[in-house]
Every structure is written in structure tokens, then in C-alpha cells.
Design a protein around this ligand. Structure first.
Ligand code: ADP
Length: 183
């Protein structure tokens, strides 16, 4: 199921597995507005990365009061094999009439913008909002691929973008949609 395609000179990969094992300049976390850690991928990143990540999160929280939905902030990656963790806060799916799609797109845009500012070459994304926040997986995959594609069309710097899918359903969705975006 793992696939890779090239778009605008960037390698786009779909991997099924645990994002904390990725060796990319940036690992993206699907955080919550408190930045204090949670379940799902957030819990996994804090566990694997160690306390330095939470210490940075608390510093950010003390300075600017957490992170808004659609926003993105960065911290050390602690013990992870990455330079930074970018924490972005996806929207909770609440029926679809509460700007959820636009807010999810904003997460990807802000995270990619931050990656550019940090001179990152590679980045690994989880499937933001599709766990505890219940965003429909297919719609979320379309938004993720659309925002990444738009971004790399306009900006150079990144040469590898990995969509890390924890579950088989997301891995299949991303593989299918990426294959067809190439044709
Ligand atoms: P959200 O609150 O944004 O929905 P979750 O962490 O609940 O965040 O889920 C986001 C996605 O991350 C889900 O698709 C979930 O299956 C996935 N996920 C959970 N643990 C990991 C992990 N260790 N690596 C990669 N993805 C993960």
C-alpha cells in the first residue's frame, strides 16, 4: 500500500505506520488548542519525543495562550529523529457547517508555511482531525492532497512530503487519490 509519486519535483509518499518512526526534518502533530498533549498521535509524539516537547509547548502556551484551531506552532522534536515538531490544531467535525473544511485546509497551509520558514526539506503529516475529531476521512484526504499540491506548485524548498496513515483505510484513500492526481 505504501506508494510514492513525484509532483513538481517533490517526492510525495504514503506510508502506513507510526509517525514517531519518521526521519524527516519536521514531524507534524495533530494537537489540541491547549498544547498540553492528548491521546492519539499527540500522545504518541509526546511519549516518544520525551518531556522536552511539552516544556516547549508550555513556554508557547504561557506566551500566547495555546494555539487556535487552524494555527501551527513549532517546538523541538526532543528524542524523535527530526529537527522540529510542528503542532497544528485541526477542527472537530461538527456536521460540516462550522467551517471545518476551511479550517483543516488552514492547518495544512500554516504548517507548510512554517516548514518553509524553518528551511525544512522533508515533512511527515498525520491524518489531521480524522481520529478523535471525527473529520470524514475521504474529505480530509482530499483537502490534505489539495493543499500540499497547491503549496509545492508555488514554493520550492521541500523535497519530500510523507502522509503517514495509521489505519489501512486512510492509507488506501491517500494512495488512490494520489495515484489519480498523477494521471
Ligand atoms: P485528531 O484529534 O486530530 O482527530 P487523533 O490523534 O485522534 O487526532 O487522530 C489523527 C490521526 O492520527 C488518526 O487518523 C489516527 O489514526 C492517527 N494516529 C494515531 N496515532 C498515530 C501514530 N502514532 N502515527 C501516525 N498517526 C497516528
Amino acid at each position: 500500500m505504501d506508494i510514492s509519486i513525484e509532483l513538481f519535483n517533490v517526492l510525495i509518499r504514503v506510508l502506513q505506520g507510526d509517525i514517531t518512526r519518521c526521519k524527516t526534518d519536521i514531524i507534524v502533530n495533530a494537537a489540541n488548542t491547549s498544547l498540553l498533549g492528548g491521546g492519539g498521535v499527540d500522545g504518541a509524539i509526546h511519549r516518544a519525543g520525551g518531556p522536552a516537547i511539552l516544556e516547549d509547548c508550555i513556554r508557547i502556551r504561557n506566551k500566547q495562550g495555546g494555539c487556535p484551531v487552524g494555527g501551527a506552532v513549532y517546538t523541538t522534536a526532543g528524542k524523535l529523529d527530526a529537527q522540529y515538531v510542528v503542532h497544528t490544531v485541526g477542527p472537530v467535525w461538527n456536521g460540516g457547517n462550522h467551517h471545518e473544511e476551511e479550517l483543516l485546509a488552514t492547518c495544512y497551509r500554516h504548517t507548510l508555511q512554517l516548514a518553509l520558514e524553518l528551511n525544512a526539506r522533508s515533512i511527515a503529516f498525520p491524518n489531521i482531525s480524522t481520529g478523535i475529531y471525527r473529520f470524514p476521512k475521504e474529505k480530509a484526504a482530499e483537502i490534505a492532497i489539495q493543499e500540499v499540491t497547491r503549496f509545492i506548485q508555488k514554493h520550492t524548498g521541500l523535497n519530500e512530503i510523507i502522509f503517514v496513515c495509521f489505519d489501512i483505510e486512510n492509507a488506501q484513500l491517500y494512495s488512490r487519490k494520489l495515484q489519480s492526481s498523477k494521471d
